[in-house]
Design a protein around this ligand. Structure first.
Ligand code: NI
Length: 167
């Protein structure tokens, strides 16, 4: 396994739209393993392939405290979402140090492939529901700060640029 480099907002590559995975093979399984290692090391609860500059529809998520609930979502689709919405404070490994409120569906049902290439469906609520919607936005080239006001986005961009210079 290997640690992958995470792109930082406002890197333009974060806005690329990911393509569907054609075949779940050893290359994809290695990508899932490397993404999981990178997510745990960060540490974070979710990572989309877009964030490591791979533009294919692959997500890893583990919202447990014990690192025992790793799930790969390959070619994920939201097949149902609740009318009820909820505001949750989000952060992102591509926007370090920034946390803000985003409103999303409270519950969603996701259909995806696992790392064996099998289709599964999962009902998500709480942090898992927030996380899957956040990561699926990444696959569409959208970063959570784009839900915030233009003023906030400008401030965040300048903060990120200063941070990049300091490193
Ligand atoms: Ni993120």
């Amino acid at each position: 396994m290997a640690l992958l480099n995470i792109l930082n907002y406002p890197d333009k590559r974060l806005h690329k739209v990911a393509k569907p995975v054609e075949k779940v093979n050893d290359r994809i399984r290695k990508l899932v393993a490397d993404m999981a290692e990178t997510m745990y090391a960060a540490p974070g609860v979710g990572l989309a392939a877009t964030q490591v500059d791979v533009h294919e529809r692959v997500i890893v998520i583990d919202v447990s405290d014990t690192h025992e609930e790793l799930r790969a979502f390959i070619n994920p689709e939201i097949i149902w979402s609740s009318d009820e919405r909820k505001i949750h404070e989000e952060g992102c490994l591509s926007v370090p140090g920034i946390y803000d409120n985003v409103e999303r569906a409270e519950k969603v049902r996701v259909r995806a492939l696992n790392e064996k290439g099998e289709t599964y469906e999962l009902d998500c609520e709480g942090l898992l529901a927030v996380c899957i919607q956040h990561e699926m936005d990444h696959l569409m080239g959208k970063v959570f700060v784009e839900y915030l006001s233009p003023l906030k986005q400008t401030r965040i961009k300048s903060k990120m640029k200063k941070l990049a210079h300091a490193m």
